[in-house]
Design a protein around this ligand. Structure first.
Ligand code: DQA
Length: 139
């Protein structure tokens, strides 16, 4: 079972960035916890601040991996290209968000990712990623 977590812009700053919204833990630290928790899964992690790199990564993994956990961050609300890429690939994509985007500004209520995703998990902090992996394992 091969699953990749793909994080979009500014998520490289987790732990430092708006800790009241996103928490104090770095993603690298959280990722090692995920690896210990899901030993049966070949887990990979990719982060980019660049829209085209995120699209290329989806193309690269999207016909051979068993699942993608995608937090497209701000591109969620703006990127037709990323939304199209999610629809174009065969691998199931679970959309995740750390915060409950529906409790926040109105521009965060729109997602270009959701129409192509198998499901959406949001608002559970970093636990959203755990729930996304569990949902892929149960598929
Ligand atoms: C986010 C929510 C987005 O609105 C925001 O732009 C992010 C992070 C989240 O995980 O809560 O960068 O995707």
């Amino acid at each position: 079972m091969k699953i990749i977590i793909i994080n979009g812009p500014n998520l490289n700053l987790l732990g430092k960035r708006e800790p009241d919204v996103y928490g104090n833990q770095t993603f690298e630290d959280f990722f090692s916890q995920l690896q210990s928790r899901f030993k049966e899964v070949q887990l990979e992690y990719f982060q980019s601040n660049i829209e085209g790199e995120l699209i290329s990564k989806l193309h690269e993994v999207g016909f051979s991996y068993d699942g993608v956990v995608l937090n497209a961050a701000a591109y969620t609300h703006t990127s037709v290209g990323l939304g199209d890429a999610v629809k174009a690939i065969a691998t199931p994509v679970v959309e995740v968000h750390i915060s409950n985007t529906h409790k926040r500004e109105e521009f965060r209520h729109v997602s270009y990712i959701s129409p192509g995703a198998v499901g959406v998990i949001l608002g559970f902090g970093l636990q959203s990623y755990v729930l996304a992996i569990q949902s892929l394992l149960q598929k």
